[in-house]
Design a protein around this ligand. Structure first.
Ligand code: SF4
Ligand code: SF4
Ligand code: FES
Length: 527
């Protein structure tokens, strides 16, 4: 591959060296300078319509839009010079002519770029005394509401639907000060990826119906995680309020999901707040399940498993760490899992990004660790096996299928109805309540972290399984999920060379996926 030519320039007195073709705005980011901008977004084609990114370039006759100006050798750029600040102040004043002073009741307040930049470099007061333009809010279909009064006409939403979703649904209707975003006749935002326009909108003009009035931005706790809802493994921020997951938003990763996530994944978070949980360890006594201490329940499970042939019915939502520890429990037995399926829905403007048919986070991890994918979950359960139900809800499975097992051990966050004859119940945290890794369909191993507190006496699955193996005399208990991962990486060829530190928060491919994996990052938006 030909060497990329580098260009050196100075931005705000700092020397910058970036590849030829980089824009001034992106070059400034590399030295920690954020040039204010509205219409520009790295996942969309450049439009250059808002003029908020104007900067002064020495020897240039007029101010340059930094999102649409590429770097040149020896350029000297001033972002905070009087001339640049004056121009941007003027842009802000113009945008605020018709923008309502809605901040106290606006859903975007606290995460609004108009609010931020006005605070940073706008005028202190308004010179405008005339009444403001008014247009009613409109349901745009899907999960999206449009509030035209707040719209700054940056056209990010229009470009997303045109160039990334390849489903032109939006346009700039009317002209001049009457301009607003309109829907084309017969079109709306029911496209499976359309809700991304809500994240892209820099102000409170496009809102999620699902999130409406649920929380103010400053009340949210944010956690780096992975969307657990299909095998794509989109990087997300899980947002909680008072220990409830209330929103998921995409976290950029150029190797997996660019800047986007699908509507199905985005809105499918309520199960993580489920109330009907197994919260205390239980052991069967006198033919009924009775609450027990963790120590007693772990010992009872260890006794039931030691020296027996074990069949594990696992969930593909479990982490690599937990699935690995389950393989250690199996002894000479087997493990199987099943996965819910749905329609595949690609995002055409981004290569290899789709809502995948298989709707669970760790299908590939489970297969790599030796679990058999099947439609008939208990088909391989042999007469007399000890059955371990790990994270599976057994939905649709008849309780009579479990009678082949000599004993049933449940290690789950919910006690499945079909497993009411279990000998031991070990309650575990769900996906949002613990830390671990999952492997996506391209073999990329990615970390997720704990977003909410688990209820009752529930413990993380890796901790429970580590203690159980310890009680069976198999290995020492683990204190951190990273220790389980280190053990997995040192004993499983596919995970060789990986660690929590090297994975970081963007992940790395499995050793076995490194050659076959994607060589270059996926394309961002359209050309
Ligand atoms: S609705 Fe939002 S994203 Fe669309 S043009 Fe208006 S401000 Fe921009
Ligand atoms: S594509 Fe899959 S992983 Fe990505 S947001 Fe949708 S459901 Fe979640
Ligand atoms: S961000 Fe450059 S013109 Fe809008």
């Amino acid at each position: 591959m030909a060497e990329q030519k580098m260009v050196s320039l100075t931005i705000e007195g700092r020397s910058v060296s970036v590849p030829e073709g980089t824009t001034l705005l992106e070059a400034a980011k590399t030295v920690g300078i954020l040039i204010p901008h509205y219409c520009y977004h790295p996942g969309l084609p450049v439009a250059g319509v808002c003029r908020m990114c104007l900067v002064e370039v020495e020897k240039a006759p007029k101010l340059a839009p930094s999102c649409a100006t590429t770097v040149a050798e020896g350029q000297v750029v001033h972002v905070h010079s009087e001339k640049s600040l004056d121009a941007r102040k003027g842009v802000l004043e113009m945008l605020l002519i018709n923008h309502p002073l809605d901040c106290p009741i606006c859903d975007q307040s606290g995460e609004c770029e108009l609010q931020d930049y006005t605070f940073q470099e706008g005028r202190e007061d308004s010179r405008y005394r005339e009444p403001k333009r008014f247009n009613p809010a409109e349901d745009f279909g899907g999960d999206v509401i449009y509030v035209p009064n707040r719209c700054i006409l940056c056209t990010r939403c229009v470009r997303f639907m045109d160039d990334v979703a390849h489903d032109p649904a939006l346009n700039v209707s009317e002209r001049g000060d009457r301009a607003l975003i309109g829907k084309f006749e017969g079109k709306d935002l029911t496209h499976p990826w359309a809700a991304n326009v809500v994240d892209l909108c820099p102000v409170g003009a496009l809102l999620s119906k699902d999130f409406l009035n649920k929380a103010r931005a400053w009340e949210l706790d944010r956690t780096a995680s992975i969307c657990p809802n299909c095998t794509q493994g989109c990087n997300v921020i899980m947002e909680t309020r008072e220990n409830q997951v209330v929103r998921m938003r995409p976290r950029p990763n150029e190797n997996v999901n660019a800047f986007f996530m699908c509507d199905w994944g985005r809105l499918n978070y309520r199960w993580m707040n489920e109330k009907n949980r197994a919260e205390r360890p239980m052991v069967r006594r006198n033919n009924a399940l009775a609450v027990a201490s963790w120590e007693a329940a772990i010992s009872a499970a260890a006794r039931a498993l030691s020296g027996k042939s074990v069949f594990v019915a696992a969930s593909p939502m479990l982490s690599n760490e937990s699935l690995y520890l389950l393989t250690q429990l199996m002894q000479s037995g087997y493990g199987a899992f099943r996965v819910t399926e749905g329609e595949e829905a690609p995002l055409p403007g981004v290569k290899d990004l789709a809502l995948r048919r298989e709707r669970a986070a760790n299908v590939y991890g489970a297969e790599t660790l030796g679990f058999k994918k099947t439609k008939d979950l208990l088909a391989d359960l042999r007469q007399g096996d000890v059955l371990v139900i790990a994270g599976e809800n057994l939905a649709g499975i008849d309780a009579s299928a479990l009678t082949r097992a000599s004993e049933v051990i449940v290690i789950s966050s919910v006690l499945p109805e079909a497993a009411s004859n279990a000998s031991v119940v070990l309650p575990i945290a769900n996906f949002s309540e613990e830390e671990g890794t999952v492997t996506n369909l391209r073999g990329r191993v990615q970390r997720f972290t704990q977003a909410r507190q688990a209820p009752g006496d529930t413990r993380p699955s890796w901790l429970v399984l580590g203690d159980l193996l310890g009680a069976m005399g198999k290995q020492a208990s683990f204190f951190l999920p990273s220790e389980v991962f280190a053990r997995l990486a040192s004993s499983t060829k596919a995970f060789e060379g990986l660690s929590y530190d090297s994975l970081g928060f963007k992940g790395l491919p499995l050793a076995t996926a490194r050659d076959t994996g994607r060589k270059t990052p996926i394309a961002m938006g359209a050309a």
